[in-house]
Design a protein around this ligand. Structure first.
Ligand code: HEM
Length: 482
């Protein structure tokens, strides 16, 4: 069942004042030099109006063929059916992240990837979320307490707040509770510095330079790298000598054995710990920041969310998460409009086909959830914020190849349930006591580096609320922006 036109008309009238901001649409394709500039600034600004409508766009960049897949049937072909040929990450991604992640799951492929996926997947998979939920609940309530100590109407940078909150959750999940906030901050600083200084373009791959040709890393990137590795190696040493917490991802990684009874090496444990920290932190932070922004712009969505949270009658618990259907739909709609990983890049390991298109070995295949999620043929009113389209009580679920914020196929995000649960818990815990609004005059623009963010920062004003107080409309200037 799709939502009826009458229902949409009602929503349309209500939401006429707000169209969520989107990346600019180009009139024509970018040339190579322009593309390099766009790549460095915000990659999702590269697509033309026509690209959004096409099923497949193919261009040649330097010596490299680049194909962009943009329809559910071709997503199925590229990420599921042709997984063997299209499982490798792009050379840009591999060369930028390998120094940091080593042979970690995120950048590996073939038998190494399969072995690591089998080891790491179950540790963070759905079944484990119940074990890790107490950490999510405790961190969210620490944040609520910290916000309560601020004066009424205090301004916060919601992007930074959510980045710290999710970093703390993943840090305690991976390394344990004993290390404290300074440790988390040190790791995050190292990641950001590394991301800032590392060459993400890898121009050598545009001339099809082989992988074994060494890539230059500047000294700032190398320093950041050393710091992250040292801090994490120290923690692993502590855990190995029995000084750490036992219910952590690292402790579980120590227990992993392959079919011949061999465990992971110390370096492999470190690499996978960094993968999980990195993959699970910024993605969830961006989701939450975008969600607060979107919710602050829609009186209807916000009032429904507050009513749902208040109806619990107590701060949310893990058992409540499943019943918070509207709050969950907000997270899903946020992930549709602003998928934190807006482009999934792969390199063909062999000659293959996607639909009727020939893909030569070495070519790049990009699947773009950001563009796919905004196709009118897939989602009605695709540029509007309508969480109800994910409310299974009134609408049918989108096709699994049309809605892919967590990717699809064998490389699907193993942290899906973790990220969804954490997001619902954070929104519900903080939304019970606060009603944040965007700072007057601040303009939000999507910015895509490795992940998609609401700009460099997101200033919001924290208004307090008490249960049952669902009527406070957003200030007019906040309601019409974007
Ligand atoms: C809302 C939050 C999240 C989103 C939107 C998200 C999205 C994604 C996407 C799209 C991929 C595939 C990337 C690609 O193939 O190029 C991915 C991979 C991955 N994610 Fe997540 N993720 C989220 C949260 C998490 C969390 C919380 C964890 C860990 C606790 C996690 C761990 C991973 C790992 C380990 C991979 C690599 C999987 C592989 O290569 O086989 N993610 N994620």
């Amino acid at each position: 069942m799709r939502l009826s036109p009458e229902w949409h008309a009602g929503i349309e009238a209500e939401e006429r004042s707000f169209v969520p901001p989107r990346a600019p649409l180009r009139a024509s394709s970018a040339g190579l030099w322009e593309l390099v500039q766009i790549y460095r600034k915000s990659l999702i600004s590269v697509f033309t109006k026509a690209d959004y409508k096409r099923k497949m766009t193919s261009v040649r960049l330097g010596l490299l063929d680049v194909h962009t897949v943009n329809s559910p049937d071709l997503v199925r072909e590229a990420l599921q059916v042709q997984h063997e040929a299209l499982q490798a990450k792009t050379p840009q991604m591999r060369h930028a992240l390998k120094p940091l992640l080593g042979d970690g799951l995120f950048v590996s492929d073939r038998s190494l990837w399969a072995a690591r996926r089998a080891a790491v997947g179950p540790i963070i998979h759905t079944r484990r979320v119940r074990d890790f939920a107490p950490i999510m609940l405790e961190v969210a309530s620490e944040w609520r307490d910290a916000w309560e100590r601020l004066p009424e109407g205090a301004e916060v940078d919601m992007l930074a707040e959510m980045a710290e909150l999710t970093a703390e959750v993943i840090s305690r999940t991976v390394f344990g509770r004993k290390l404290g906030r300074e440790f988390t901050a040190e790791v995050v600083r190292g990641f950001s510095e590394y991301q800032e200084h590392v060459d993400q373009l890898d121009a050598l791959s545009l001339i099809r330079a082989p992988d074994w040709l060494p890539r230059f890393q500047n000294s700032a990137a190398r320093r950041a790298l050393k710091r992250v590795h040292r801090v994490i190696d120290d923690v692993i040493d502590q855990i190995a000598s029995g000084k750490g917490d036992s219910e952590t991802v690292i402790a579980h990684l120590f227990d992993v054995k392959d079919k011949d009874g061999r465990g992971l090496t110390r370096e492999a444990i470190r690499n996978e710990a960094i993968v999980i920290f990195m993959a699970g932190h910024e993605t969830t932070a961006n989701t939450l920041a975008w969600a607060w922004f979107l919710v602050s712009k829609s009186n209807r969505v916000r009032a429904k969310m507050q009513a749902e949270i208040d109806a619990l009658g107590h701060p949310p618990k893990f058992e409540d998460v499943q019943g918070l259907i509207h709050t969950r739909s907000i997270v899903e709609e946020t992930l549709r409009l602003y998928p934190p990983v807006p482009i999934l890049g792969r390199q063909a390991l062999e000659d293959t086909k996607v639909g009727k298109w020939d893909i030569r070995k070495g070519s790049i295949v990009m699947v773009c959830p950001y563009m796919l999620h905004r196709k009118g043929s897939v989602f009605s009113r695709p540029n509007k914020f309508i969480p109800e389209r994910f409310d299974e009580r009134i609408a049918s679920r989108p096709d699994k190849y049309a809605y892919i914020p967590f990717a699809i196929g064998p490389r699907t995000c193993p942290g899906l349930a973790f990220g969804m649960t954490e997001s619902v818990i954070a929104l519900a815990t903080l939304g019970r006591g606060f009603d944040p609004v965007l700072k007057k005059g601040h303009v939000v623009e999507p910015l895509c580096r490795l992940t998609l963010r609401p700009g460099a920062n997101l200033p919001m004003i924290l208004r307090r609320r008490t249960a049952g107080d669902t009527s406070a409309p957003a200030p007019r200037e906040a309601a019409v922006e974007g």
